[in-house]
Design a protein around this ligand. Structure first.
Ligand code: A3P
Length: 291
């Protein structure tokens, strides 16, 4: 089956969305979380797949035969409703393994209430705005299920205006950050910290999840989730996903902190920084844009 033409953005409860993420809305909002569910929440392109794969290895190991499936099937995408695949909610409802690892890009205010009622553990991953924007641009170029990205300059302007699928980066990262201040079941990770010291962040994850893998197991996970290894792993690199054209750009593209310097002109960077200061002036949330 072929995908229809690229979707259009529209306003949905104050957040830019496409119908691939709103089409199943009643079922998403009524989704019944289970207490041991683990939710991986991110703004798109912040390191979702990386953390998903880490959790998959921590809970299910490298070799379990039933886990020899692509990561986007093992960690279902809650709000997804796209031709070619069963709806995320349906896949999740039929999952018998536990814990269920669940992916979402929803901003905090749109998360189904059941996750709060069941007090589920939530791992949020945030990535600095500039690298996040660059990664999103290349993703939208290669993914037929995303709106047309246009040229880089226009895309960047749209990013600053919050007119992206799943809305404003600024609102997303700060919304989840504020929630984390009062909710102890949210672990807020940074992509930059994971690149800087994956082992340290793995320790933080394990302690949040109440897991105590042996040093050997931890090392196996750390080794298996390195960028170059994951890029070659067809179960982790999205190469089996039919909506993506890797000839335009691979899913596992660069995996770096600071790649924005290869995309932003000096003028773009200055304008972005100035706008960023205004948008982020009321939050304590701080990012590294280089390491
Ligand atoms: P780049 O486009 O900058 O390379 P998501 O999974 O949220 O869609 O995020 C994708 C981004 O995470 C891509 O960024 C991808 O390369 C990066 N990524 C995925 N696995 C990674 C890993 N093991 N190490 C570093 N970056 C990784």
């Amino acid at each position: 089956m072929e995908l229809p033409p690229r979707p259009k953005l529209f306003d949905f409860h104050g957040v830019s969305m496409t119908n691939y993420f709103t089409g199943n809305w009643d079922n998403v909002q009524n989704f019944q979380a289970r207490p041991d569910d683990i939710l991986i929440a991110t703004y798109p392109k912040a390191g979702t797949t990386w953390v998903s794969y880490i959790l998959d290895l921590l809970y299910f190991g490298q070799t379990a035969p039933e886990r020899q499936r692509p990561i986007f099937e093992k960690v279902p995408f809650l709000e997804l409703l796209i031709p070619l695949y069963p709806p995320g909610v349906e896949v999740l409802n039929n999952l018998t393994t536990s814990p269920r690892l669940i992916k979402t890009h929803l901003p905090v205010q749109l998360l189904p209430k059941s996750f709060w009622e069941q007090n589920c553990r939530i791992v949020y991953v945030a990535r600095n705005a500039k690298d996040n924007a660059v990664s999103y641009f290349h993703f939208d170029r290669m993914n037929q299920a995303e709106p047309e990205p246009g040229d880089w300059n226009n895309f960047l302007q749209r990013f600053m205006d919050g007119k992206m699928v799943f809305g404003s980066w600024y609102d997303h990262v700060t919304g989840w950050w504020e929630k984390k201040q009062t909710h102890s079941k949210i672990l807020y990770l940074f992509y930059e910290d994971m690149v800087e010291d994956t082992g340290r962040e793995l320790d933080r994850l394990c302690s949040f999840l109440g897991l105590s893998p042996s040093a050997e197991e931890k090392e196996r996970v750390r080794g298996g989730v390195q960028f170059d290894i994951m890029k070659k792993n067809s179960m982790a690199n999205y190469s089996t996903n039919p909506v993506m054209d890797f000839k335009i750009s691979p899913f596992m593209r660069k995996g770096k902190v600071g790649d924005w310097k290869n995309h932003f002109t000096v003028a773009q960077s200055e304008q972005f920084d100035e706008d960023y200061k205004k948008k982020m002036e009321n939050t304590q949330l701080r990012f590294h844009t280089t390491i």
